[in-house]
Write a protein that binds this ligand. Structure first.
Ligand code: XMP
Length: 513
């Protein structure tokens, strides 16, 4: 078992980043809600604790808090922002409300030598985001850094292993933040850095095996990175006790269904039960005549569940349902909210209500996308699967504007395959968040071989994004676009025009519907 640093979540915006930065230092982390902190400490025996930021003020009546006994367990603790204020408050210091919020990049002046600031510059740029501040540290604490507006930017009681910082070392704007977190885990907690993705895979496989025992497991496999990695991990753990159901809804990219079957099917490398359901016609029938985007999404989501449910019934009672949930999908304490519905997202994750099972298994719920890809490589999944770009659950239906027909699906599949092939050939895919072809429902006049045509326009889209919440249109080299255009109009029947989408998100979205 690897050494573990437990991140105790008070609802801050950057909590997932803390966990990630620590893992980048080869120390394993898990995030646990503050309400379950003491139980988790007893169970998981961490070598260090990090208290995260959070939206509250320590003085509000129902603000998040913790048993102060946590500070006397002999386990080093680092409090960040709200975590720092809470530590000071609970141990007898004083926190005040600042007249003005301190927000943004701020110069922090390191006043004293500290293990936390080993090899860190005396004047270092850090990211601040707080209203309250510590005006008097708790007894036993020494102030180790300040800013112009904040008397206690960092403090510590090294004899008890207690450290606090008002700023956020986990965000990249804190220029030496990664070094500070590394100092905490190595110099304060004494970690050896024995965690790598292979240890994660190994440990997960072992604990899945223990948890599942002789039980039966069902996995809805979409062929996307997350569900594929989760399925392979389960296959490694319990082999034939796992059944993967892959629903081909006829809205996949060109050859995608066969690619998924080649990896997971009877001729693939894994010892599992694989069921491919060719439900294409069923989806096309339901979508016939439907033009409205939200209606299309709802029909596909609903039909997907029906097909899956029928297959699950054939398999019989299952004990566990696998979901490829990853960290960004997890809405932790304090997050979430009432944001407007722009699109009803559908992916194969949303299945639990319809299947008779005892428990959900989510082996990737602590990982980020790139960590999931690393786990996939570790598990020996082919690079084509591991590095694939995100693909929406409703598939090509949201890349065909208006009514979906099998003919239109074929057109968009062919155009998209050409676009991807040429971008890859030119080595132009580096840095692209997503790139694909869509079919507009616009027809226009063209001329081909002396004949008039009245055919469809394909739109090409490529975006730069890391979080998929905002995006810029990518500048694909003109030479590549012109080869793609020429191939599409020559090779894809009924397309006589190719357009490039130069819009960012906002105001557009990445997908067309
Ligand atoms: P939009 O179009 O909303 O897309 O800018 C943002 C990201 O989400 C993906 N997307 C989906 N993923 N189910 C999914 O699993 C969906 O229904 C869905 N709709 C959009 C989209 O491909 C992009 O990466």
């Amino acid at each position: 078992m690897s050494e573990l640093v437990l991140v105790i979540d008070f609802g801050g915006q950057y909590n997932q980043l803390i966990a990630r930065r620590v893992r980048e230092n080869h120390v394993y982390t898990e995030i646990v809600s503050y309400t379950k902190a003491m139980d988790a400490i007893r169970e998981k025996k961490p070598v260090g604790l990090i208290l995260t930021g959070g939206p509250n003020s320590v003085y509000l009546p129902d603000s998040a808090t913790i048993d102060p006994a946590i500070f006397s367990l002999g386990i080093p603790v680092l409090g960040i922002c709200y975590g720092a204020q809470l530590m000071s408050h609970l141990l007898g210091g004083h926190v005040s409300h600042a007249p003005e919020r301190e927000y943004g990049k701020t110069e922090v002046l390191v006043d004293k030598d500290s293990e936390l600031f080993h090899d860190v510059s005396r004047n270092t740029i850090c990211w601040m985001s707080h209203n309250d501040f510590i005006d008097t540290p708790a007894p036993g604490f020494t102030i180790t850094a300040h800013t112009e507006n904040c008397p206690v930017a960092a403090a510590e009681d090294a004899s008890r292993g207690l450290y606090l910082v008002q700023f956020h070392p986990e965000v990249l704007h804190t220029q030496e933040g990664s070094k500070m977190l590394s100092n905490f885990v190595y110099r304060v907690c004494g970690c050896k850095g024995d965690w790598k993705m292979d240890s994660f895979v190994e440990t997960s496989v072992r604990s899945l095996r223990e948890k599942i025992g002789a039980g039966r497991v069902l996995c809805a496999l979409s062929g996307g990175v997350d569900s594929s990695v989760a399925a392979v991990m389960l296959a490694k753990a319990v082999g034939k006790q796992l059944t993967c159901v892959f629903v081909d809804h006829g809205l996949l990219r060109k050859d995608e269904g066969d690619e998924v079957e080649a990896v997971f099917g009877p001729n693939g490398a894994y010892d599992l039960n694989f069921v491919r359901v060719n439900a294409q016609q069923r989806f096309y029938d339901k979508l016939a005549g439907v033009e409205e985007p939200e209606k299309k999404r709802k029909i596909i989501g609903e039909e997907f569940i029906r097909v899956f449910e029928e297959e699950a019934k054939k398999i019989g009672a299952v004990d566990f349902l696998v979901q490829g949930t990853i960290y960004p999908d997890v809405v932790e304490s304090g997050l979430g909210g009432e944001s407007a519905v722009i699109k009803s997202h559908h992916n194969v994750g949303g299945l639990p209500d319809c299947v008779d099972f005892k428990e959900i298994v989510e082996p990737l719920r602590d990982l980020f996308k790139d960590e999931v890809r690393a786990a996939g490589r570790e598990l020996g999944l082919p690079e084509t699967l591991v590095s694939r770009q995100p693909f929406p659950g409703p598939g090509l239906a949201v890349r065909i504007i208006g009514e979906v027909t099998p003919e239109k699906v074929k057109m968009v599949q062919e155009a998209d395959a050409i676009f991807r092939e040429e971008v890859a050939k030119a080595g132009a895919e580096k840095g692209l968040g997503q790139y694909f072809a869509a079919l507009t429902n616009m027809r226009s006049v063209g001329v081909m071989g002396d004949e008039r045509t009245y055919d469809y326009a394909v739109a090409l889209r490529a975006v730069l994004t890391t979080d998929f919440m905002t995006a810029e249109s990518a500048q694909i080299p003109w030479e590549v676009l012109s080869v793609v255009t020429s191939r599409i109009v020559n090779e894809v029947p009924h397309v006589n025009r190719v357009l490039y989408d130069c819009t960012g998100k906002p105001p557009a979205t990445i997908e067309f519907e």
